[in-house]
Ligand binder design. Structure first.
Ligand code: PLP
Length: 291
C-alpha cells in the first residue's frame, strides 16, 4: 500500500459528528469540532440543518434535504474509519431513519446521542412526526444517550410513560432505561433546583448491563455562567472523543465533565466584542481554555 492509501502512524482518533450548524459558533457542529480537536481528536461533520441564529436566539431551522444529508454521510463513511460517532440535532424523520440505518451497520463503533428535540430558547429542532422513529429506531442503537431533565421527561411522554422522572429514585430510573430501550443514559442534572441549591452539577449514569444494572454519579461544581450556549453539545462531543481514544465509558464521562467545567469557567473571558442589545445573550464556551 502506498502512503496515500494507508493510515499514518500518528493518526488521530476520529469522531463523526451529525448535527445542526449554528453560525454563531456556540452550539452545533462548530462547538462539536472545537471540542473534539481540543480533546485530541479529529472531527468530520454531517450537517442536518442550517439554523439561523446568534447568541440572542434561534430565528429559524432549515433542514438539509434527505438526499444531501445521506450523501454527506456515505461520502465520509467511504473514506474515514471512524472511532466514535456523536449525534446532536436532527431535523426530520428521514434523517432519523438514515442515521438509524447507519448506526445499525456501525454497531461496533461507540456512539453518543444527545436528544436535542427543542433549543434552549424554545424552538422545535426535530419535527414531531420524527419522534416515534427517534424513540424506537435510534435510541436503542446508541451506546449512550445524554438527555437533560426536560428531555428525559419528553422522551418518557413520547413512550407513553407519564411518570415524573426522579433521578434519585434508582429503581424508577432503571425502569426508564428499560422503557426507552436505551443501553446507557447519562441524565444531566443541570436543570434540577436541588443542584443549584447544593451548588453541584450532578449527572447520573444508568447502565443496562442486563446482569448488573448500575448507576453512577458524576458531580462537578455548579457554575452560574451566562455564556453557556452549546453546553450539551460540548459534553456529548467530549465524551465521544474520549471513547474514540479508547477510554471506558465512566472514565470518558469523568474526563469530559472535567473539560466542560473548564470550558464553562473560562467562557466569560473569551467572548467576541458584542454590539449593544436589549436581549439576553448566551455566547459560546471557551473550548480552547488555557487553564
Ligand atoms: N444544536 C444546534 C444546531 C442548536 O442550534 C442548538 C440550540 O440552539 C443545540 C444543538 C442545543 O444546544 P445546547 O447544547 O445549548 O442545548
Amino acid at each position: 500500500m502506498n502512503s496515500q492509501n494507508s493510515t499514518p502512524q500518528n493518526s488521530l482518533p476520529s469522531v463523526l459528528v451529525i448535527a445542526g450548524f449554528d453560525p454563531s459558533g456556540g452550539a452545533g457542529l462548530i462547538a462539536d469540532c472545537k471540542t473534539i480537536h481540543a480533546n485530541g481528536g479529529y472531527a468530520a461533520t454531517v450537517m442536518s440543518s442550517l439554523t439561523i441564529q446568534n447568541t440572542q436566539g434561534v430565528k429559524s431551522s432549515n433542514p438539509i434535504d434527505a438526499r444531501l444529508f445521506k450523501a454527506q454521510l456515505e461520502t465520509l463513511a467511504e473514506d474515514i474509519d471512524f472511532d466514535a460517532i456523536k449525534i446532536g440535532m436532527l431535523a426530520t424523520q428521514e434523517q432519523v431513519e438514515i442515521v438509524a440505518d447507519f448506526l445499525a451497520i456501525k454497531a461496533h463503533i461507540p456512539s453518543v446521542l444527545d436528544p436535542v428535540l427543542v433549543s434552549s430558547s424554545g424552538r422545535i429542532l426535530l419535527e414531531a412526526r420524527a419522534h416515534q422513529a427517534f424513540l424506537n429506531n435510534l435510541i436503542p442503537l446508541a451506546t449512550l444517550i445524554t438527555p437533560n431533565l426536560p428531555e428525559i421527561q419528553t422522551l418518557l411522554k413520547l413512550a407513553n410513560a407519564n411518570a415524573q422522572f426522579d433521578a434519585n429514585n434508582h429503581e424508577q430510573s432503571l425502569g426508564v432505561l428499560q422503557t426507552l430501550k436505551a443501553q446507557n443514559i447519562l441524565v444531566k442534572g443541570g436543570h434540577a433546583t436541588a443542584d443549584k441549591v447544593l451548588k453541584q452539577a450532578s449527572d447520573k449514569l444508568f447502565s443496562n448491563l442486563q446482569t448488573q444494572p448500575a448507576s453512577n454519579d458524576f458531580s462537578a461544581p455548579w457554575l452560574n455562567v451566562i455564556h453557556n450556549h452549546g453546553t450539551g453539545c460540548t459534553l456529548g462531543s467530549a465524551i465521544a472523543t474520549q471513547l474514540a481514544h479508547g477510554k471506558p465509558l465512566k472514565q470518558a464521562i469523568t474526563q469530559a465533565k472535567d473539560y466542560l467545567t473548564k470550558a464553562l469557567k473560562n467562557a466569560d473571558g473569551m467572548q467576541p466584542n458584542y454590539l449593544p442589545t436589549n436581549h439576553q445573550r448566551h455566547g459560546s464556551l471557551a473550548h480552547f481554555f488555557e487553564k
